[in-house]
Design a protein around this ligand. Structure first.
Ligand SMILES: [Zn+2]
Length: 189
């Protein structure tokens, strides 16, 4: 029988990070690393308690020009449940080597100069295609939660479509909502 955390693992739900949208990137020319200085307060996706800084680690991201860049991100530890979460700035796409500004135009089918291999692009498209129903359900569940169950499902319109209509940055906005609420699925589903 699968219980508790095993269920989350079985479903591919990962609560090992938080995403921040207010931060500064400080470049150190001695080691060519961008240090991410957070201006956000994050809470544990497991128990919603406060997080404190544990240590830091490097995260490599491939940008839209195809170059790899190293970012020094913090790892935060929950003061209640002791779970550790990487603190990702919102341009980093969880479980992906490329940044969200590279992946989003591919999903929108408007990318003409993507630096990624065709096989990688196919994987992104399959990942999104496989995930889209789950993402829609997870966003709907969040909307119901924050609206105190006042959402009218009879007049339902796609939350993903609505967020995409608002323009660039929809992928990072959706990702942040799902990651910080502890609803993000790993890349391989
Ligand atoms: Zn916690």
């Amino acid at each position: 029988m699968i219980v508790g955390q095993d269920i989350l693992t079985h479903l591919g739900i990962k609560k090992i990070m938080v995403i921040i949208s207010h931060y500064e990137l400080i470049f150190n020319s001695n080691n060519n690393i961008f240090y991410v200085k957070s201006n956000d307060v994050s809470y544990c996706p497991f128990c919603n308690c406060c997080l404190s800084v544990k240590d830091s680690k490097n995260r490599t991201v491939i940008n839209d020009d195809g170059r790899k860049q190293i970012y020094r991100i913090r790892r935060l530890i929950c003061q209640s449940c002791s779970k550790i979460h990487s603190e990702l700035p919102n341009f980093i796409q969880p479980f992906k080597h490329y940044g969200s500004e590279v992946i989003e135009p591919v999903l929108d089918e408007v990318s003409d100069q993507c630096p990624a291999e065709n096989s990688t692009i196919k994987r992104w498209l399959k990942w999104f295609d496989d995930s889209i129903s789950y993402i829609e359900c997870a966003l709907t569940a969040l909307k119901i939660e924050v609206s105190n169950n006042t959402i009218n499902l009879m007049n339902y319109s796609s939350i993903i479509d609505n967020m995409r209509c608002k323009g660039k940055g929809w992928l990072r906005r959706i990702t942040q909502l799902l990651v910080n609420s502890g609803s993000w699925l790993s890349a391989t589903i």
